[in-house]
Design a protein around this ligand. Sequence first.
Ligand SMILES: Cc1cc2nc3c(=O)[nH]c(=O)nc-3n(C[C@H](O)[C@H](O)[C@H](O)COP(=O)(O)OP(=O)(O)OC[C@H]3O[C@@H](n4cnc5c(N)ncnc54)[C@H](O)[C@@H]3O)c2cc1C
Length: 407
Amino acid sequence: MVAGALFKSVKSSLSLVQCAKTSISRVRTFTSVLNDQQHEIQELAKQFSDEHLKPNAKKLDLEGRFPFDQIKRLTDMGFMGMAVDEEYGGRGLDYLSVAVAVEELSRGCASTGMIMSLHNFLYTNLVNEKGTPQQKEIFLCDFTRGAIGCFALSEPDAGSDVASIKTTATFDGDHVILNGKKSWVSSAIEGSALIVFATVDPALRHKGLACFLVPMDAEGVFRGKKQPLMSVRAVTACDVTFEEVRIPKSYMVGQVGEGFKIAMGQLDQARIGIAAHAVGIAQAALDTAIGYAKEREAFGKKLTRLSSVQDRLTEMSIMTETARLLTYRAATQVSTKNSSMAKYVAGKNATAVADHCVQILGGRGLATTHNAERHYRDARGTQIYGGVTDIQKRLVGHYLLKEHDAL
Ligand SMILES: Cc1cc2nc3c(=O)[nH]c(=O)nc-3n(C[C@H](O)[C@H](O)[C@H](O)COP(=O)(O)OP(=O)(O)OC[C@H]3O[C@@H](n4cnc5c(N)ncnc54)[C@H](O)[C@@H]3O)c2cc1C
């Protein structure tokens, strides 16, 4: 209720009445599954995306520049920590609300949508759901008010194969000492804290993992250089090295041996976010293609009158809506199978939709002065980060057979 009121007050300040006239529901047929509050959040994110993200996305991408101003505004509007309990500065909203916001933001700027998605689904949700009251005071309150959180699981030699993590955690009285190297840590350059997964004994594989909260300014934490990217180029992903980093034992989330389960559970959530992000990119590509096809003429008629273009647009629409439906389901019925299925379909479909978009724009599809090539590059990334497509397929297959007692 309070959350609704908060969003309502922002909504009126942004003159959302005008936005309603653009009518999302007219073009997105099944949004009726959203309740009033979720609709409100969708409208708010849509308006913000159209006004503040879409006009800046190309520049941010070309310059590979972190969207500080946009993230600050999203923080002020309550989008950074949406599902966090209100006593810690959040809005106490459900995952579907976060997912529809991620979709709309990613439609305007894939990089900004991803930064917001990871902060919510990978950082604040984990601390909110698994942290102790003391951990929440230190690692959550500020993170609904502007501080950015990171999730450091991947390593140079451990990506999909999480149990191969080599970063070590050594207990020393009331403290833990971390040593090792993480890779691809999104927002690490701007971030103020990290969720770090480390092992007490690499030979134990997944049974040796534990999860820790680490302030970015702790002695011995070193950030590498921003990795130049093909996709989501305004996202700053880099290595983070831990050299004798000493943190209180009370910064451990859960127990030793629970790290693998915590990481996998959080990835189930992250995949809802990346699926929503992929749907947003697909929608942007579809919008770009339709906008262009309505104006461009070939052989004496608009492209929209050519059956091959109509076919492409139809396929794009079917693929986008299929992915959206699966994402909504994953956000409301959270399970590994549903999240992996949504991410699998949304990532592949976004890539295919963006490919059609490039084709419909012809030569302009390849030009950096148009948006199609950016959608194409952004869409491709959604099949990699948050867990590669190949792994999602394996997970869906595993749970399918398990449900049928066929493993
Ligand atoms: C922009 C970006 C941001 C990222 N942000 C973060 C972050 O914030 N935090 C974080 O921890 N990580 C992050 N990552 C890392 C990302 O999650 C990993 O890149 C991803 O999980 C894949 O791991 P990998 O790159 O080591 O590929 P690998 O695991 O080496 O896989 C390479 C390929 O091998 C094949 N493969 C591997 N294992 C299997 C299998 N079991 N079955 C079938 N095929 C398989 C697949 O084709 C796969 O694509 C980010 C990555 C990028 C690019």
